[in-house]
Ligand binder design. Structure first.
Ligand SMILES: Nc1ncnc2c1ncn2[C@@H]1O[C@H](COP(=O)(O)OP(=O)(O)OP(=O)(O)O)[C@@H](O)[C@H]1O
Length: 562
């Protein structure tokens, strides 16, 4: 911000130094003196031409179209042309004009009237001109040479006043000190009482040293005493050896340079403000207001307003704008710092969370490791446990009896005489009625279990099913049926002809259980299962699965070997 302020500050002293450095040698230059003389002559010619056109050829016979400085002074010395021109523009402004008659005796210096009469006309003109607000000269200026510049200024001001009246004369007429009457319809601002810094001749006009109120106390930058002192010294030093008619030219260059410097710095400020606005998201409105003020200041500068006033406004606006921008940036900085702190807190919380999670995962991994170890230990003992289980299981089977005998009574077949010889059946006993010489005899037989005529295939298999598991544990098991012809051996072991799932016999059910158990244990054991079916008949053993025709099945004994 300090840099921006430094950039923004208008160093009038630097500008004056620059201008004086440039003009310090040139003003003493013979070419420059010639140029100034040409410019003064052009202005004088313009004033003379305008006076001649205004008062007419007769009245202006004493004033050449392009007079020398002396001719100009002598032509206007009697005040008639000046009063005539003023009365043409502002009728009645000079009520009484002493006119040089035809029979008046003209002196060689044009002094046809007495000095008092000259003084009367000129004084009346000056009074009227002062009432209008024209820049006046002193009456002695027309009496001695070398003072025509102020008279020219006065005439050109009168011309601009006339132009203003021709344009309608709307609004208050103000004279701004631009003595070049090229812009006839422009209004001018004159504040004679104001010091030099309030009087802008810009870069087009010329104001005499005295007219501009220039003095040794001039202060272009009153707010900076450190700048104004060397500035005054500079100006005083340079102007001390200058003639009064050289000063306007110097001032013109100085002010031109100052305005140029202002415009450059205004454009720099605009760029700076735009950058600040871009960076500031919240302060757009307030800053746009300042920007408008700055642009308005720049625009007014283009309209040739008072450069010092522009500088004052500009400086004020600049301070306001930068004050707001500074506040906004400070606020943004604080917000960003706050966000950074919040982010730091979030990072710390996240880091703590991550460390906690890491610790938790580590604990879980340790627990899982311990579980896995126990599982591996359990797995290693699985076979031992399995072996123990098998041993105990088969021990139970042995305790039940390694040889078990079951009895099954089939129902009567259709068409059979229902003379039942079974007296009673309980859990393991069956009583058979045996008639003996007219007396009823009974015999009771004991088995592991007795199945009555109503017993199903499933109930019969239920008692033999545990033995199938013993087969897979490596025990030899033999299940066979014994009985007379037609007693139901085939039915019990295999099933009826039209077999269903419910009427499947022991063979099918045993094999089904074998495959089911081997499937359950396939991850632990691999079983090879083979089936062999043989028949023993009349002390001869025949293989019932051989496809030879001689091996006709005659199953008095059915046997399944596993
Ligand atoms: N529990 C039962 N329920 C119903 N019908 C049965 C039962 N047991 C046997 N039968 C029937 O009795 C008849 C004789 O049965 P099966 O053929 O099984 O006797 P077997 O003992 O095998 O005779 P063989 O020794 O002559 O071969 C068959 O028709 C059979 O369906």
């Amino acid at each position: 911000m300090a840099e921006a302020a430094a950039l923004f500050s208008v160093s009038a002293a630097a500008v004056v130094e620059d201008v004086l450095r440039q003009h310090g040698c040139r003003l003493s230059d013979r070419d420059l003196a010639s140029r100034r003389a040409e410019e003064a002559a052009a202005r004088r010619y313009e004033a003379a031409g305008w006076l001649r056109r205004t008062v007419g050829a007769v009245s202006s016979r004493d004033l050449p179209e392009e007079p020398s400085e002396e001719e100009f002074r002598l032509g206007l010395r009697n005040g008639q042309i000046l009063c005539g021109a003023l009365n043409r523009i502002h009728p009645g402004a000079v009520p009484k004009v002493v006119v040089n008659t035809a029979d008046s005796v003209l002196l060689p210096d044009g002094a046809a009237l007495s000095a008092f009469q000259y003084f009367e006309n000129v004084r009346n003109f000056l009074v009227a001109a002062q009432e209008i607000g024209l820049p006046c000269f002193q009456a002695p200026d027309l009496e001695q040479g070398g003072k025509s510049a102020r008279v020219v200024n006065c005439v050109l001001a009168l011309k601009s006043y006339g132009d203003w009246k021709q344009c309608g004369g709307t609004g208050p007429w103000k004279y701004g000190g631009n003595l070049k009457p090229s812009t006839s319809c422009k209004s001018f601002v004159r504040k004679n009482s104001e010091p030099f810094r309030r009087c802008s001749s810009m870069n087009e006009g010329e104001v005499s040293y005295e007219e501009a109120g220039f003095s040794g106390d001039v202060n272009l930058d009153s707010g900076d005493m450190s700048t104004s002192r060397p500035l005054k010294m500079l100006i005083s030093a340079v102007l001390s050896d200058k003639r009064p008619d050289e000063v306007p030219q110097l001032l013109e260059s100085m002010l031109s340079k100052l305005v140029e410097e202002f415009e450059n710095r205004l454009s720099s400020q605009n760029e700076l403000v735009k950058m600040a606005v871009k960076n500031s998201t919240d302060g757009t409105k307030s800053f746009s207001k300042s920007k408008v003020l700055v642009e308005a200041t720049s625009s007014s500068s283009e309209k040739k307003m008072d450069s010092i006033e522009i500088y004052s406004k500009h400086k004020h606006t600049k301070k306001e704008a930068y004050g707001e921008v500074t506040l906004k940036q400070h606020s943004m900085l604080q917000q960003q710092s706050k966000h950074i702190e919040e982010l730091k807190v979030d990072i710390r919380v996240t880091k703590a969370g991550m460390e906690f999670m890491q610790m938790k995962y580590s604990e879980d991994l340790n627990i899982l490791g311990r579980h896995l170890f126990s599982l591996a230990h359990a797995a290693s003992g699985y076979h031992k446990v399995l072996e123990e289980n098998r041993r105990l299981y088969n021990q139970v089977q042995d305790l039940k009896g390694s040889i078990r005998v079951y009895c099954r009574v089939r129902p009567f077949l259709p068409g059979q005489v229902s003379s039942c010889s079974v007296g009673s059946i309980d859990e393991g006993n069956i009583t058979i009625i045996t008639p003996k010489s007219g007396k009823e005899g009974r015999k009771t037989f004991s088995f592991n279990k007795v199945f009555g005529p109503s017993a199903t295939q499933d109930e019969v298999f239920l008692d033999t099913q545990p033995l199938i598991r013993s087969v897979l544990d490596g025990y030899n098991v033999c299940i066979f049926a014994y009985g007379q012809t037609g007693s139901g051996k085939t039915y019990t072991m295999s099933g009826p002809k039209n077999m269903t799932e419910q009427t499947q016999g022991v063979n099918y059910r045993a094999l089904s259980d074998l495959f089911k158990l081997s499937e359950q244990r396939k991850g632990t054991f691999i079983y090879d299962i083979a089936v062999q079916m043989i028949e023993i008949y009349n002390e001869q053993v025949r293989d019932l699965l051989v496809s030879d025709g001689l091996n006709k099945r005659y199953p008095h004994y059915s046997h399944v070997s596993l």
